[in-house]
Design a binder for this molecule. Structure first.
Ligand SMILES: [Zn+2]
Length: 150
């Protein structure tokens, strides 16, 4: 049997912002960028967390679909996840994307519900994208650091 080796997915940072967490006044951060393989953009990501606050589950919003020339929001969907920090490396949970900041018709056709993603091929794709953020996004170390505080 011929095994297709998946191309390496790479995160490319675009920008970041910081703010104040509504509930506790600590600094919150958002970073964003794109994920690509073989120079083709697969998704745009936003990661949001509160600094040094593992009890605030960081969120990951992925705009998955077509990003090339001629593609528009109709060619993309939003998949949202939460990261639950813990001493053994943490866990990711797919959640409903409705109402997230990236749930905008300028960015995607619609936000998917958890039940539309879990157990589907899209979930496999999404976890591959999240892996790529974890392995290749240079700023993600600050989120991973929350595992040590959890
Ligand atoms: Zn807070």
């Amino acid at each position: 049997m011929l095994m297709n080796k998946s191309p390496q997915i790479l995160a490319t940072p675009w920008n970041e912002s910081s703010g104040i967490c509504d509930c506790c006044g600590r600094t919150s951060k958002t970073i964003w960028g794109n994920l690509s393989a073989n120079d083709r953009t697969l998704a745009v990501y936003y990661v949001h967390w509160t600094v040094d606050a593992p009890e605030h589950n960081p969120s990951i919003d992925l705009l998955v679909g077509e990003w090339g020339d001629g593609a528009n929001a109709q060619n993309r969907v939003l998949v949202s996840l939460l990261f639950q920090p813990s001493a053994n490396g943490g866990a990711f949970m797919i959640v409903d994307g409705q109402g997230r900041l990236a749930d905008s018709r300028d960015l995607c056709a619609r936000a998917l519900r958890r039940a539309e993603v879990v157990g589907t091929p899209l979930a496999q794709e999404v976890f591959g994208l999240v892996d790529a953020i974890w392995l290749t996004e240079p700023r993600i170390a600050e989120v991973q650091k929350l595992n040590k505080l959890a």
